[in-house]
Design a binder for this molecule. Structure first.
Ligand code: MG
Length: 332
């Protein structure tokens, strides 16, 4: 018996009847020989970890643009925190931890440079709009390496539907969606305090009483609540009290950190930079590699947006400088 079959049997024996079993996956777009060692979901996790889009997340903004400080989150460290929270919940609920991990590691692959400002600009520039979850799916289905990663249906479904109002078809996808929110709400507070944008005394007292005084304490409260509310149930959810406090904390962050705070003062420049790059690449789409231009049937705008969405913050700045800032005449 190959190792994979032992692992598949172990899933059948040990996991909740509500879990997504790897042996029952709806499969890949292109059928491939199964791996002798890994289940299909473990293999998807590895495909994501080894791809270029995954490594680029280390230089993409989470909230603070291209942070110089070593301790701020980037899109990559955010992703790792989401994966860890999601795995903890998934294991406690006896769901498929491998599927959960693969969805979590892939959920933000389509994020633009400069965080949500990049997403918002492309959304106004494309006639069909631009959403990072749809772009993450596009990365794993067609863009990465020019062919996509050929992932299983369950991982792609979880990536597409991880947003707040999304409806993933597996509970593992539901776990990632909540874990994403738990991760960013908490680490964005931590980073905002580090940046001097917030201080603990600014935070609504009653929320700290409900959720916890410390960073770790708040994550613990939220995770425990999700596990207690969702165990053995066909839905991943929070209690009314913790869910409402979490939503209020999120609203507080929108008001005090995500919009109009000192942390956002470079955003206007980022917006102009992306707009100008977009116009340039729509007009000069032929300079891009076939990895991108093979999708030209969808229009030059779509190809330019794909190319820009793939950029890291620093690449976008470098590319803008190369294209639009006159270089001094070099001395000989
Ligand atoms: Mg995320």
């Amino acid at each position: 018996m190959v190792v994979r079959e032992t692992l598949e049997q172990r899933e059948r024996d040990a996991l909740s009847p509500l879990a997504a079993l790897s042996a029952r996956s709806k499969g890949r777009e292109k059928a491939i020989e199964p791996c002798p060692l890994r289940t299909c979901f473990q293999r998807d996790r590895d495909r994501i970890i080894h791809c270029k889009s995954f490594r680029r997340m280390k230089h993409k903004t989470q909230v603070f643009l291209s942070p110089e400080g070593d301790h701020y989150r980037t899109r990559l460290t955010h992703t790792l925190e989401v994966a860890q929270i999601a795995r903890t919940i998934s294991r406690a609920l006896n769901l498929n931890e491998d599927l959960t991990e693969a969805i979590a590691l892939g959920h933000d692959l389509g994020h633009t440079p400069f965080g949500h400002v990049g997403e918002a600009v492309l959304d106004t520039l494309l006639k069909d709009g631009f959403q990072h979850n749809e772009q993450s799916l596009r990365v794993v289905e067609t863009l990465e390496g020019g062919t996509g990663l050929n992932l299983t249906w369950e991982v792609r479904d979880g990536i597409l539907n991880h947003k707040k109002d999304g409806e993933p078809h597996t509970l593992e996808g539901g776990v990632v969606s909540l874990a994403d929110r738990i991760a960013y709400i908490n680490h964005d507070i931590d980073d905002a305090i580090r940046a001097g944008v917030l201080s603990l005394s600014d935070m609504p007292r009653e929320l700290l009483v409900t959720l916890g005084e410390s960073h770790g304490g708040r994550i613990h409260t939220m995770i425990m609540d999700v596990v207690a509310q969702s165990y053995g149930k066909p839905v991943i959810t929070m209690s009314k009290a913790v869910g409402e406090a979490t939503n209020e904390l999120r609203a507080f962050l929108f008001k005090n950190v995500y919009v109009d705070s000192i942390a956002k003062r470079e955003e206007g420049k980022a917006r102009l930079l992306i707009e100008q790059l977009f116009r340039h690449y729509v007009e000069n789409v032929y300079v891009l590699s076939t990895e991108f231009t093979k999708n030209l049937a969808g229009g030059a705008e779509r190809v330019a947006a794909d190319y820009i969405a793939c950029m890291t913050d620093r690449y976008a700045i470098r590319d803008y400088t190369r294209l639009f800032i006159p270089r001094a005449w070099a001395e000989i």
